[in-house]
Design a binder for this molecule. Structure first.
Ligand code: THU
Length: 134
């Protein structure tokens, strides 16, 4: 699975987005080490707080299915589904990645031209994790 292909797979779930409040359609494609891909979209709620992001939808689908070895995620988003720039993971999604992913977990941020690459450590330095539960 190439990063380019994973970024393409992140765009399709934007069409599944339930986002009547913000109008932002977000898609994610999560690559497991065994090659399995889980896609996710954002799902909003009138109560706002219960809204779930595309990244967490994909990660929780994988965890539910017993996939714990996660390699990379591609993320894209934009108003009305139009990608005009990076759509970086929110802090809550970064913390969920921290729970299940290694420091070198790759995050591909889709741009109109292609993608930019970050590691989880770059996105969430000095993070709190299970290693700090002592
Ligand atoms: N959103 C995501 O899906 N992923 C992120 O990491 C950032 C935000 C969604 C949540 C909400 O439905 C919309 O984008 C606007 O915040």
């Amino acid at each position: 699975m190439t990063p380019e292909k994973l970024c393409e797979l992140a765009k399709e779930p934007m069409t599944h987005s339930y986002s009547p409040y913000s109008g932002y359609k977000v898609g994610a494609a999560l690559l497991c080490t065994d090659g399995t891909v889980y896609q996710g979209c954002n799902i909003e709620n009138a109560g706002f707080t219960p809204t779930i992001c595309a990244e967490r939808t994909a990660i929780f689908k994988a965890i539910y299915d017993g996939h714990r070895d996660l390699e990379a995620i591609a993320v894209c988003g934009g108003k009305d589904g139009v990608i005009t720039g990076l759509f970086p993971p929110c802090g809550v999604c970064r913390q969920v990645m921290r729970e299940f992913c290694r420091d070198d977990f790759l995050v591909y941020l889709v741009t109109p031209e292609g993608y930019e690459t970050r590691t989880l450590t770059q996105l969430l330095p000095d993070s709190f994790s299970s290693a700090d539960m002592h």
